[in-house]
Write a protein of this length. Structure first.
Length: 582
């Protein structure tokens, strides 16, 4: 149980500092302040006097009650929201609109004190510790219904258990610990608002003005959340926690602990390595099952994988409010446009994280907004999700023309790699197919490793085969390497200190690489934040700016192949995966 609680807490903490939490921060900050009347105004002759209770920091429980409300409502409604709504005969998005209503009313109450007292009136008869924080816990309950964290393996396990009704003590421990972990960063902001309101004289002197400003911010954010305006901001930000999320997802201890909640689908799929660069044989693709409604098909008729035999199929699991999924969607749209007529069929499986995502109307609106034209199935009971033993939003399962799963990819990134695999399967299904140029900035799949061209070069521990320099690739260690002064053909060496992983090596101070290659074009798959300086004798140095999740960066672009040796210098924190050549 302790391991499970720690996994939930870690997953929650990662979520609590992710881009998904940003819309909540202004609300939490102003909600934590004391800049409001604490009791109703009383009549003093013909003059209405507004009493303001001055609370000492030791007695201010408001931040804790707000966060407590978020933890309680998030935990309860994530696990039992669908059951509660169904029993009461309420629509799937009732909780979300209820939370927006509470947020709007609290905002109006800050602007208009009389309305605020009316809203909090039911709580005046509660014990004194609660009267000092009128409505704070209720506000937290409302915010918990609006909190839509980024997807990850921990949240996936919780959601699957709630949707399928398999809620045991393990799931309850996981849910509560996740909610506490995600709420801790919010508590810091609520406490900051409280301390400022109590201790900063300018704040106390202009309490009414700050109270009105807080009310305006809350109402504005309620409107932004209602119309999904905040999604645009979140999509534009780099997914700076995706690396941590994927480490958690790939950890064997985490996978073992979460396995009971994931489902009992195809055992063969569970043996495949998600994110592998090479195509594998992962067993027959499970049939799509248990769907409620289909979109973008003639007359809403269901799509079966059996009917798609002969085509390459990309099964994409997503949820429309998941920011990770929203960032991935443009790549799927580009592939659909480029390869549909050549034998690719993308099938979206919409597996909701939260109750409001089960609304067919909401999903239809999201499909229209995103411009999705490929078939989408509503998987509200997570039947297809469970059949695939899926663990992540988004997740891609690439199926060949014979119906065999050949590749699995969890989360964002590696889009060039996925497109390359699509192109390989399209050619295998139809050797005479004429493929267009890659649309995702990846290497040209049909020229990699051609006659006289240096073969693809992997830098990490699991697949490196042509490291020719001093130093040994040792997984999960920071190793000191030495560059080869006379680099042999079609090989590479590392210089300085590198942190070695199974799929990539990560630079520290003074990290370098030297590569001897024969090619017209050279691509380098990199991730992180920083720069890579490329030095080739007889040519000016070139600086590559690296930002975000793994992507292919072009280092060399010539018209004819050349034999060259290049030296690369990396700023700290860059993860290097492969060199590819064309």
């Amino acid at each position: 149980m302790i391991t499970l609680a720690l996994i939930g807490l870690l997953g929650g903490l990662i979520t609590g500092v992710s881009p998904c939490v940003l819309p909540m921060l202004p609300i939490i900050f102003f909600a934590g302040t004391n800049s409001r009347p604490s009791r109703p105004a009383t009549a003093d002759g013909d003059v209405l006097v507004e009493e303001v209770e001055v609370r000492t920091p030791s007695r201010d429980f408001r931040p804790l009650k707000i966060i407590g409300g978020i933890v309680v409502s998030f935990s309860l409604f994530t696990l039992a929201g669908s059951v509660i709504l169904s029993a009461l005969g309420l629509p799937d998005d009732f909780l979300r609109w209820g939370g927006l209503t509470i947020l709007s009313l609290v905002g109006l109450g800050l602007i208009f004190p009389a309305l605020g007292h009316w809203i909090e009136k039911p709580f005046y008869r509660l014990p004194k510790i609660n009267r000092n924080n009128n409505g704070a816990f209720v506000l937290g309950l409302g915010l918990g219904t609006l909190y839509v964290p980024c997807a990850g393996p921990v949240l996936a396990a919780i959601t699957v258990a709630g949707a399928t009704g398999h809620v045991g003590w393990r799931t309850v421990v996981l849910t509560i610990s996740f909610a506490i972990g995600a709420a801790l960063p919010l508590l810091i902001f609520a406490s900051a608002g409280s301390r400022i309101s109590q201790r900063v004289k300018a704040y106390r002197d202009h309490a009414r003005g700050f109270r009105i400003a807080g009310g305006v911010v809350m109402i504005a954010l309620a409107v932004a959340l209602a119309f999904n305006i905040t999604d645009v901001i979140q999509r534009s930000l780099p997914s700076y926690t995706s690396g941590l999320e994927q480490k958690v997802a790939q950890n064997k201890t985490v996978q073992g602990a979460l396995a009971p909640a994931i489902g009992s689908g195809s055992e063969e799929l569970s043996k495949c390595t998600p994110g592998a660069a090479e195509l594998a044989s992962c067993g027959p693709a499970p049939e799509i099952r248990g769907t409620q409604k289909w979109f973008n098909t003639p007359g809403g008729t269901p799509v079966t994988l059996a009917s798609l035999k002969g085509k390459v199929v990309l099964v994409d699991f997503w949820a429309y409010s998941c920011i990770n999924c929203q960032r991935a969607t443009p790549h799927l749209l580009a592939w659909d446009k480029a390869y549909r007529s050549l034998g690719l069929e993308i099938v979206g499986i919409h597996s909701p994280e939260f109750a409001f995502e089960k609304s067919a109307g909401n999903l239809q609106s999201a499909i229209k907004t995103e411009g999705i034209a490929y078939p989408v199935a509503q998987d509200n009971n997570l039947a297809t999700w469970t059949a695939y033993r899926n663990q992540y939003w988004p997740a891609k399962y690439l199926v060949d023309a014979d119906g065999t799963v050949r590749s699995i990819k969890f989360g964002e990134g590696d889009y060039g790699q996925t497109e390359d695999q699509i192109r390989q399967l399209l050619k295998a299904a139809n050797p005479s197919v004429k493929l267009p140029a890659p649309v995702d900035g990846s290497v040209k799949a049909d020229t990699i490793g051609g006659d006289g061209t240096t073969p693809e070069t992997y830098l990490a521990y699991s697949r490196s085969a042509n490291l020719k320099g001093t130093g040994k690739l040792t997984p999960d260690k920071t190793v000191a390497f030495g560059l080869n002064s006379a680099q042999p053909n079609d090989s590479y060496s590392l210089g300085g200190n590198w942190k070695v992983g199974t799929q990539s090596v990560t630079s520290t101070a003074g990290s370098q690489a030297r590569l001897n290659f024969q090619a017209a074009k050279v691509y380098h798959v990199l991730s992180g934040q920083g720069t890579v300086t490329v030095s080739i004798p007889g040519e000016p140095d070139k600086t590559i700016k690296v930002s975000g999740t793994p992507n292919a960066y072009q280092l060399v672009d010539k018209t004819t192949p050349e034999r060259k040796t290049m030296t690369l210098t990396y700023s700290p924190g860059i993860s290097a995966f492969t060199f590819s050549f064309g």
